[in-house]
Design a protein around this ligand. Structure first.
Ligand code: CA
Length: 230
């Protein structure tokens, strides 16, 4: 395993922009612009992560993601898609990608996601500095309490459940349906609006402590996710 990131992207501008930002954050990268060249390249090189565009000339991103999972299960994959609606479909296919990013994305966002996925899969933090104490969101699962640094967020049981589910899979996008399943053990029928309203209250409580941070993000048309970076 070397320390480069493979960018598979057929739009040269995007590839260059992402490579620039990665390099500024201390990550070397390689770039492939054709789907057919990827698996062969991976036989020779073991990148620490693959940023994989969905729509490619030659072998498409879906097929490649499956092949990488099969042949190189240790290499994390972040899929880049052009449409947010596509994410829902991709999640349903259970490709095993570690994260999904929608275009247009900011290169900053890509770097943040790369860091998060690497932290999760290798325990590598790159050039990231340690998060200072008091800057963490922590869960006391027995006491059903969530702390932002040393502040108790005073969450309701439902808000706590929501936060817990999302925090257990940082960066993963949950649909409202999936969140509903976790909110009520008795599978009460609630509307998607109910989920929105609980998430809204949860976000407000976090914002009261950390107004500048956007930890629970809404993903338009899909759902929500917990994103600790930036
Ligand atoms: Ca493309």
């Amino acid at each position: 395993m070397n320390d480069t990131i493979l960018i598979v992207e057929d739009e040269p501008k995007i590839a260059r922009l992402v490579a620039d930002y990665l390099s500024k954050s201390g990550y070397a990268s390689d770039h492939i612009d054709h789907g057919n060249a990827v698996m062969e390249w991976l036989e020779e090189n073991q990148p620490m992560l693959v940023l994989l565009d969905l729509m490619l000339p030659g072998t498409d991103g879906l097929t490649l993601c499956r092949q990488i999972r099969e042949r190189f299960p240790a290499i994390p994959v972040i899929m880049l898609t052009a449409r947010v609606e596509e994410v829902d479909r991709l999640l349903g296919l259970e490709l095993g990608a570690d994260d999904y990013i929608c275009k247009p994305f900011s290169p900053r966002e890509v770097v943040a996601r790369v860091k998060a996925v690497l932290r999760r899969s290798h325990g590598i933090t790159g050039t990231d500095e340690a998060t200072p104490e008091g800057d963490h969101l922590t869960l006391d699962e027995d006491g059903w309490r969530a702390m932002a640094g040393s502040e108790d967020l005073n969450l309701t049981a439902v808000e706590f459940q929501l936060l817990k589910v999302m925090m257990h899979s940082p960066g993963r996008i949950f649909s409202r349906d999936q969140l509903m399943d976790h909110m009520y053990r008795d599978h009460r029928i609630v509307s998607e609006r109910t989920v929105d309203s609980h998430v809204k209250k949860l976000r407000r409580k976090i914002a009261d402590v950390w107004p500048e941070r956007d930890i629970i993000r809404s993903v338009y048309g899909v759902g929500y996710k917990y994103q600790p970076e930036e």
